[in-house]
Write a protein that binds this ligand. Structure first.
Ligand SMILES: Nc1ncnc2c1ncn2[C@@H]1O[C@H](COP(=O)(O)OP(=O)(O)O)[C@@H](O)[C@H]1O
Ligand SMILES: [Mg+2]
Length: 446
């Protein structure tokens, strides 16, 4: 039997009022593979442990197959957990490790048939007589997985089970986990901070930020229609380009978004997805362009729906089958502080203030007050030119474009670019998506 798992407004507060999971609601269907995705510290493990019964739920309800389960003992929940650190008994062979939970559940029964069947399924028959110390990392994780599977649990809870493995093995086991869980049809909640893992494994992905659910959707939707700038920036490699823009009043009939020294002129009549920009006139927005939304080509080569800009090559990143070209377009990037790699010049003013802040500021931040705040840092006017030479004013390479390796580009070249407006994202000042429109607006539909 496989379980339906529901969380209704579930919160977790550790001592001193730190709310690390904040009113989380999720309905996981029987047999579904749901991924909890988010940066380190956003509360993923805490959610998993609450589902497992290893952590008390502070507020809200957990339902298992529709029944109230907050107080159910872990064993009664009939779920199997797989952790990052394998957690095998060092003095037991693989056979004994896999059979261990079976012997606890049914002391009189011989666990061998189930252990053997599980080992066959995982291709680890040859490893059954070895101790954990005689296994590689990947083999150990297979045995740990075997221990979870052999029990025929009603749900799997996996907490970053692949993150201690090297990249090649990770990809391999990723494919195995997909095949295995589909075959078993058991509800699986899988925790990871790796977006590509989440996208390739999940039926649906729940993106968490500071204990707050940002979006719950199929991988395709999370990528194509991110609800806010955090989700857009967290998902996809290379990272989506986020440029600060200003919505201008229509200029000889066309709506434009100014990007510092250039602008995007939106095709008229405005498509449904761009209608909402009318109410943003004069306001600052964040323009999101995935690297596949821009191509290197002359304005004359523009197809319908493409608009021309240009860029100065800052840096060329050769990747074999493709090349990532970093352009300076004279615009300025929007910064999502939680996702920024530590890079002194890229550090937003807001972050610096916080570091020098009072004890109270730091406490508030830890308490989630800042994490729940706006996603982006925008604290100077978009078109006001920064002081020349200011390291903070502009980052080099504010637009990354993916191209084929046959184009020979060097630093310092001026290059014409075409932006595919059908792939344009626009977010408001709070980081919420405006375009494509959040929902179809009936009053605008003719
Ligand atoms: N036992 C605990 N006591 C106090 N704070 C905790 C405890 N466990 C986790 N936390 C805090 O809760 C937050 C979420 O932790 P966790 O769920 O482990 O995040 P993730 O798995 O997403 O990295 C973190 O800020 C962490 O420091
Ligand atoms: Mg964790």
């Amino acid at each position: 039997m496989t379980r339906a798992i529901s969380l209704h407004d579930v919160s977790k507060t550790y001592q001193r009022g730190v709310r690390v999971v904040d009113r989380l609601s999720l309905d996981i269907e029987p047999g579904e593979f749901l991924v909890l995705l988010g940066p380190s510290g956003c509360g993923k493990s805490t959610v998993l442990r609450m589902i497992a019964g290893l952590e008390e739920i502070t507020e809200g309800q957990l339902l298992l197959d529709g029944e109230y389960a907050n107080d159910l003992l872990p064993a009664a929940r009939d779920m199997a957990m797989v952790f990052q650190n394998f957690a095998l008994y060092p003095n037991m062979t693989s056979r004994a490790n896999i059979g261990f939970p079976l012997r606890i559940e049914a002391p009189g029964e011989d666990p061998s048939p189930r252990v053997d069947a599980t080992a066959r399924m995982l291709g680890i028959e040859d490893l059954l007589d070895r101790l954990p110390a005689q296994l590689s990392g990947g083999e150990r994780q297979r045995v740990a997985m075997g221990r979870a599977i052999a029990r025929h649990p009603s749900a799997f809870l996996m907490d970053e089970p692949l993150s201690n493995l090297d990249a090649k093995l990770r990809n391999h086991l990723r494919a195995e986990i997909t095949a295995l869980t589909r075959q078993l049809g058991v509800t699986t909640v899988y925790v990871t901070h790796d977006q590509s893992e989440a996208m390739s494994l999940g039926d649906r992905v729940a993106v968490l930020r500071g204990g707050v659910l940002q979006q719950l959707d199929a991988p395709r939707s999370v990528y194509a229609l991110p609800r806010n700038v955090f989700v857009a920036a967290f998902i996809g490699t290379p990272r989506i380009n986020l440029l600060r823009g200003l919505v201008r009043a229509p200029l000889d009939g066309a709506m434009t978004i100014s990007l510092g020294k250039q602008y995007l002129r939106l095709p008229e009549p405005l498509c449904l997805d761009h209608q909402l920009l009318r109410v943003q006139q004069g306001r600052e927005v964040i323009v999101g362009l995935r690297s596949e939304a821009v191509r290197i080509a002359q304005p004359a080569a523009a197809r319908p729906g493409e608009v021309a800009i240009s860029g100065l090559v800052e840096h060329v990143e050769f990747q074999g089958h493709e090349v990532l070209v970093h352009f300076d377009t004279g615009s300025r990037p929007a910064v999502v502080p939680e996702l920024e790699a530590p890079r002194p010049a890229a550090r937003p003013a807001g972050r610096r203030r916080r570091e020098g802040g009072t004890v109270l500021d730091r406490f508030r931040e830890r308490a989630g007050a800042l994490r729940a705040g706006p996603v982006v840092v925008l604290d100077d006017p978009p078109d006001g030119d920064p002081a020349p030479g200011s390291p903070e004013g502009r980052l080099p390479g504010d637009l990354v474009v993916r191209t084929t390796p046959d184009i020979d580009l060097r630093r310092g070249m001026h290059v014409p670019l075409l932006v595919d407006i059908a792939h344009l994202f626009v977010f408001d000042q709070h980081g919420e998506r405006i375009c494509p429109a959040p929902a179809r607006l009936p009053d605008l539909e003719e």
